[in-house]
Design a binder for this molecule. Structure first.
Ligand code: CA
Length: 246
C-alpha cells in the first residue's frame, strides 16, 4: 500500500471527503495504476489493497462506497473476500463489482451468488468500467453516482465543487457546501440539528447543536439573493429542510 508523503490541507480533506470512495482490490500493479488513474479522473477517491486480507482490513477500518474486487487474488480469492464483506454488518450493503479474466457464465453466477452486484470481464475499457460503477452506484446509492445535484434553481456541480442559483455563482464555505449537499440529496425532508451534526459533521465530532444554526444562517446568506425566496425552511422545534414549497 502506498503512503501519501504530505498530509492534505484541511480544505482538501474536506472537499475530497465529498467524493465517493472506491476500494480497488487487485494484485496486478499495472492494472491498479490504470484503474486508479481513470477513477480519479472520473471524480472518485481511490484506496488500494493488493490482497484479500488487506482488503478486509481496509473495509473494516473505513467502509468504502464501492469495491472493485478482482477474482484471482493471492492468499484469499475475490469470492471469499466478497462473502466476508457481506457477512459484516457495516459493509453488508456496500456495492461490489467483481473483475475477472474468466468470462464463463458459471463464474458470473458464482460471483453474483457470493453477493457481487455486477461482474466485469477482463479485458475491459476503463470508460466502460466507470460507466458500470456509476450504474451500480445509481442503483444502490443514488446520490453518490451523480456528478451534479439540482433542486429548484440551485445546481451543485459535485466534481468541480461549484454551486449556482438561477445561473449565478454561489460561494460557499466547506461546511455550508456539505450542508447544502445533504439537503439536496434529501429535498423536502426535515432534519433535526442532531441529525445534521451526525451526517454533515460526523458522529465522532463534538460540536454544539447551535453551531448548526450558525452555518444554516451562512448558507442562507450565500444562497438567497435580495429577490430570491428562502429555500431553507425552519421547522419549529424540529429542525431544517430544503423546501421550495415552504
Ligand atoms: Ca489478479
Amino acid at each position: 500500500m502506498s503512503m501519501t508523503s504530505t498530509a492534505p490541507s484541511r480544505r482538501e480533506a474536506q472537499s475530497s471527503a465529498l467524493k465517493p470512495r472506491v476500494l480497488i482490490v487487485e494484485d496486478e500493479t499495472a492494472l491498479v495504476e490504470l484503474l486508479r488513474y481513470n477513477l480519479e479522473q472520473a471524480g472518485f477517491r481511490v484506496s488500494i489493497a493488493t490482497d484479500g486480507e488487506e482488503a478486509l482490513a481496509l473495509v473494516q477500518e473505513d467502509t468504502p462506497d464501492l469495491i472493485l474486487l478482482d477474482w484471482m487474488l493471492p492468499l484469499m480469492s475475490g469470492i471469499e473476500v466478497c462473502r466476508q464483506v457481506r457477512r459484516q454488518t457495516a459493509s453488508a450493503n456496500v456495492p461490489i463489482i467483481m473483475l475477472t479474466a474468466r468470462g464463463e457464465e458459471g463464474d458470473r453466477v458464482r460471483g453474483l451468488d457470493a453477493g457481487a452486484d455486477d461482474y466485469v470481464a477482463k479485458p475491459f475499457s476503463p470508460t466502460e468500467l466507470v460507466a458500470r460503477i456509476r450504474a451500480v452506484l445509481r442503483r444502490i446509492r443514488p446520490a453518490l453516482a451523480e456528478e451534479a445535484l439540482s433542486y429548484a434553481d440551485i445546481v451543485m456541480d459535485l466534481v468541480a465543487h461549484r454551486v449556482t442559483r438561477d445561473g449565478k455563482p454561489v460561494h460557499l464555505g466547506p461546511t455550508e457546501f456539505r450542508l447544502l449537499r445533504h439537503f439536496m440529496e434529501h429535498p423536502g425532508r426535515v432534519f433535526s440539528r442532531e441529525q445534521l451534526l451526525d451526517s454533515v459533521w460526523g458522529k465522532d465530532v463534538y460540536v454544539e447543536a447551535r453551531t448548526v444554526d450558525v452555518h444554516i444562517r451562512r448558507l442562507r446568506i450565500a444562497l438567497n439573493g435580495p429577490d430570491q425566496t428562502d429555500l431553507i425552511r425552519t421547522v419549529r422545534a424540529a429542525g431544517y429542510a430544503l423546501d421550495a414549497q415552504g
